[in-house]
Design a protein around this ligand. Structure first.
Ligand code: GLU
Length: 500
């Protein structure tokens, strides 16, 4: 059997972690089995669907590097892949159901439906959904009223008649993760609408017709869709089609055990992207939400994930979204980048932060060279791209001179600090020409000769040159800045401390 699965988002919001996880698992499953991964836009909710969200979907998956084999933008044998362009098909198929007595015309007005809802609420009856009033209209009468132009919807006739043995009707199906599932038909949404009065299908109709017509063999989707599945199974049977395999993915929760939402932090991919997450980190982490691959291995490329993914490896328990863990992944992937690539990725953040002499101003050739050469200085110390400009600002502009007390090493005082900095002033000329090892040896020798602690010698020098007590490594910073700029900064600092 050819494996075909799909991601079928409704473009009614930004792409978020849950959607990406569904898409990724479908992608991995198709790849792991030599199948096809399809994108289908379920845009039948005309009031909530928006072209901007479609664009966001394309941008998100292009950034993540997840392609589909068939879809609205790349085409394929089952085009169109946009439901609003397939309305004629749904109308044709739903008519077959009406003709076969599996669905019926409903003439109840929205006002009537609202009234029964209110009455039930007032009576606290606990009943929900449609009261099936039109279910027993004789088909000829229904057809006549439709012919006369009466506004109507089409509803699915959920089978309710008792079984041969007198028990209630039950709908059963197998979920690849959750096992055998059964629902009493009387507990299923009572005769849901399939076709709306404006001729548009509901999610249930369009989803089932398309999965069937597009040859979808496996439906991997979020667990929140599980209550719709019995209804879909009935719909498949009403059409005389066999349903695909279902696999409902474990929920994604925040640390507090509640469904992941904005309250927990970023959820849209756009937000993660703005915050400086790398697509590799996000994908790697999302792939682990509810699936276990290999003991003791944390980092996976997309190819490695595709080799290992299998529905049997999914966990039934909800997945907990751990922002700290994601941050760890991001740091790992930042560390794996080459200097030029990392610099390229960080450049927009640096430009935006005004690192190169003004907000929005890009680097000149020399600044670009320094920026790339500075990547090894911060690579090990950051988790996010946006941390880079602030860490490296002293390489591109003279930092403000810190207050005198900022220069003072622990357990020291201002006058000794001035002495230390004067000593330190002798160093940059040579340090700028030495590698780290040579520089270390020189500073050590100087500290010993002068009878001062190594750390005490370096602290005021570091503050003078970088403007910070905690900075990226000093020796490569001195090499990047050059001796002259370093000396000028030391002199400014000495002046500020009254030491000149
Ligand atoms: N359009 C539905 C959604 O937005 C698709 C659910 C499904 O995969 O069947 O998630």
């Amino acid at each position: 059997m050819e494996i075909r699965d799909r991601y079928a988002p409704s473009p009614t919001g930004l792409q978020h972690i849950g959607g990406v996880r569904t898409a990724l698992f479908n992608y991995l499953f198709a790849r792991s089995r030599g199948g096809k991964f399809i994108l289908r836009l379920e845009d039948t909710d005309r009031t909530r669907s928006d072209a901007a969200f479609v664009q966001n979907l394309y941008d998100t998956f292009a950034w993540l590097g997840i392609p589909w084999d068939e879809g609205p933008d790349v085409g394929g044998p089952y085009a169109p892949y946009v439901q609003s362009e397939r309305c004629g098909l749904y109308q044709k198929y739903v008519q077959e159901l009406v003709d076969a007595g599996e669905a019926y015309y409903c003439f109840c007005s929205p006002e009537r439906l609202e009234r029964i809802r209110e009455e039930r609420e007032a009576a606290r009856s606990g009943e929900t959904g449609y009261d099936r009033r039109c279910r027993n209209i004789p088909p000829e009468e229904g057809a006549e009223r439709v012919g006369a132009g009466e506004s109507h919807t089409i509803r699915l006739k959920i089978p309710l008649e008792g079984t041969a043995r007198g028990g209630p009707q039950i709908t059963r199906f197998r979920d690849q993760l959750l096992g055998d599932i059964e629902w009493k038909n009387e507990d299923i949404n009572p005769d849901p609408v399939l076709l709306k009065s404006d001729g548009f299908p509901t999610y249930h109709l369009a989803n089932v017709v398309d999965d069937h017509l597009m040859g979808i063999s496996h439906v991997l989707r979020a667990q929140e869709w599980l209550p719709s599945t019995p209804l879909h199974v009935i719909l498949y049977r009403s059409f005389g089609w066999s349903p695909p395999e279902f696999c409902h993915l474990p929920m994604v929760m925040g640390q507090d055990g509640k469904k992941l939402s904005k309250r927990h932090g970023a959820t849209s991919v756009d937000e993660f992207r703005r915050q400086g997450y790398l697509p590799e980190a996000l994908l790697n982490y999302v792939a682990l939400l509810g699936c276990s691959y290999e003991e003791g291995k944390d980092l996976y490329t997309l190819g490695e994930l595709a080799e290992r993914f299998a529905p049997e490896k999914l966990n039934k328990a909800p997945a907990i979204f751990d922002y700290k863990k994601l941050e760890w992944y991001n740091g790992q992937y930042i560390r794996m980048k080459g200097d030029a690539e990392l610099a390229e990725l960080a450049l927009p953040y640096a430009t935006e932060a005004g690192l190169f002499g003004g907000k929005g101003k890009g680097p000149g050739p020399e600044e670009r060279r320094v920026f790339i050469a500075a990547m090894p200085l911060i690579k090990e110390r950051i988790s996010f791209l946006h941390e880079i400009p602030e860490k490296l600002d002293y390489l591109f502009a003279d930092p403000p001179v810190p207050a005198p007390e900022e220069f003072i090493p622990k357990k020291s005082d201002l006058s000794h600090t001035i002495t230390l900095l004067r000593l330190g002033r002798e160093l940059p000329g040579e340090l700028a020409l030495l590698d780290d090892e040579g520089a270390e040896a020189l500073v050590k020798a100087t500290a010993e000769r002068e009878g001062v602690k190594l750390g005490d010698l370096l602290m005021p020098l570091r503050v003078a040159i970088t403007g910070k007590r905690v900075s990226p490594p000093l020796f490569p910073s001195i090499r990047l800045l050059g001796a002259a700029r370093c000396l000028a900064r030391v002199d400014r600092a000495l002046q500020g401390m009254g030491g000149v």
